[in-house]
Design a protein around this ligand. Structure first.
Ligand code: 0O2
Length: 212
């Protein structure tokens, strides 16, 4: 396919990623401006590289004219949270919006992948405006904690380095690290609960004093 044709296909996805990044970043600012805890820590976005699209199409036997329909993650947004509990809050925030429509969800947190990968995936339909009029696109939103993201980033680079031949001792280290990440997220949740409890009892005390 000509590079010009690729540009035409990918341009709308670039717009979708830019718009959605701005919108999620704005949600963070809205929480902070209202004095609320933001379940979103960080937002990243990317349009899949042409080489990765072609690789996926080949792997899944997808004809070039079906790429936009069958490759759901041409546009990708990654939302990073501090705590596991924040992930569900982000999922609910997305479901409540009327500028995106959820097509499907994959919960790799409850059902961890055999690699050790954990993350919550949503495919949403998102409409952008182009010179030719409105266009509805699919966007993959990955929601994960900082710790899950650390693991996935390292594992992704190793996957890239070794392709299909990751040495067994590295694979088993990654499995061990995935278990450690589960534990770390649990420990951090306990810390979070302590902080919330402390804040609640402080609030209750403050209310009692105010009533006297
Ligand atoms: P990239 O480079 O991130 O774009 P499949 O790709 O066939 O496994 P499917 O249906 O396309 O499955 O989607 P799935 O399983 O929800 O995974 C889509 C994306 O999730 C991947 O995109 C990765 O970003 C991430 N992911 C899934 N499994 C793993 C894993 O074991 N390790 C890491 N690090 N990331 C994972 P791409 O296109 O594979 O790659």
């Amino acid at each position: 396919m000509e590079i010009q044709l690729w540009r035409e296909i990918l341009n709308p996805y670039e717009l979708a990623v830019e718009e959605l990044t701005v919108k999620f970043d704005h949600l963070v600012r809205e929480h902070k401006a209202s004095g609320l805890y933001s379940p979103i820590e960080q937002v990243d976005g990317r349009v899949k590289a042409i080489s990765s699209i072609l690789e996926k199409a080949q792997k899944k036997h997808i004809p070039l004219d079906e790429i936009e329909e069958k490759i759901e993650d041409i546009a990708g947004i990654r939302i990073i949270c501090q705590f596991v509990e924040d992930i569900n809050k982000v999922v609910e925030l997305i479901k409540q919006r009327n500028d995106m429509e959820v097509k499907s969800e994959k919960d790799y947190i409850t059902n961890m992948k055999s690699s050790g990968y954990r993350s919550y995936h949503m495919i949403v339909y998102y409409q952008i405006q182009t010179l030719k009029g409105p266009k509805k696109l699919q966007v993959e939103i990955q929601i994960r904690t900082l710790a899950m993201n650390f693991w996935a980033t390292i594992e992704h680079s190793l996957q890239y380095k070794y392709k299909k031949n990751m040495p067994e001792h590295i694979r088993s280290r990654l499995t061990g690290a995935a278990d450690a990440i589960i534990l770390l997220d649990k420990e951090m949740s306990l810390v979070r609960n302590e902080i919330m409890d402390a804040q609640n009892s402080f609030q209750i005390k403050a209310n009692i004093v105010a009533d006297i």
